[in-house]
Design a protein around this ligand. Structure first.
Ligand SMILES: [Zn+2]
Length: 231
């Protein structure tokens, strides 16, 4: 399957932010996103394996938009935050956005949507409306769901045994998990992989997630969300 590349905007330092898109036009898309936090290479790696797998398929049957790395400057610098020092997952224009922050790494920016990377993302949602979002992060193994998607989290958890939770234990104002359900009525899975360690390689992380993720993309649980016009 050929994925076409689109440039969706520029990072603070002027790098082109890329998205990959399936050919079919659709009123709604499945979004896969990684590299919101530049130092979370685990999610970027897993998403690249998914892209490689999709490119070998004849067809998938789900209209897709993939953003392999949103925070390119952070990814190159090995930082969570972007080149302005802002946490992109605290900077979205939600009803709970807050200027206050506890630690520098959670800096929400001077105002909601101040960062070009998030501006590009929000514009993309207008051009290609989302139906479902899976955002890949790393922290400690967790499937965090926001909106109506516990079924998808439970499905993946059968395979990787990660806990399923509707919150991560502390508040995340201005996050994507808040923004999409609130502004677009779109559910979000925030997929938290374990962090790389001496005894845990990127390949180990992919291996423990491969079966569940690849089954998900061919499962009725996800396909049904796109095939049923009522849903
Ligand atoms: Zn993260």
């Amino acid at each position: 399957m050929i994925l076409s590349e689109i440039k969706i905007g520029k990072s603070v330092e002027g790098k082109d932010i890329r998205a990959l898109k399936t050919k079919e036009k659709s009123p709604k898309y499945l979004y896969l996103l990684a590299g919101v936090h530049g130092d979370e290479v685990e999610g970027v790696y897993v998403l690249q394996q998914i892209i490689d797998w999709i490119e070998l398929l004849e067809t998938l049957g789900i209209p897709l938009i993939i953003i392999p790395i949103l925070n390119l400057d952070g990814y190159c610098a090995g930082t969570r935050v972007n080149a302005h020092g802002v946490d992109l997952n605290r900077n979205l224009p939600t009803s709970d956005w807050m200027a206050e922050f506890s630690e520098q790494q959670f800096h929400p920016g001077p105002k909601p949507l101040s960062e070009p990377e998030n501006e590009a993302l929000v514009k993309l949602f207008e051009q290609y409306p989302p139906k479902f979002m899976i955002s890949f992060h790393s922290w400690r193994p967790l499937l965090n769901y926001n909106g109506e998607c516990k079924d998808v989290a439970d499905f993946i958890s059968q395979f990787n045994k990660y806990p399923v939770a509707d919150n991560i234990g502390y508040s995340t104002p201005g996050s994507l998990g808040k923004y999409l359900p609130e502004k677009h009525d779109v559910p979000v899975i925030t997929f938290e992989f374990p962090k790389l360690k001496k005894n845990k390689s990127l390949k180990d992380i992919w291996d423990e997630n491969k079966v569940g993720l690849l089954k998900l993309f061919t499962s009725e649980i996800l396909l049904g969300k796109f095939n049923n016009p009522q849903s």
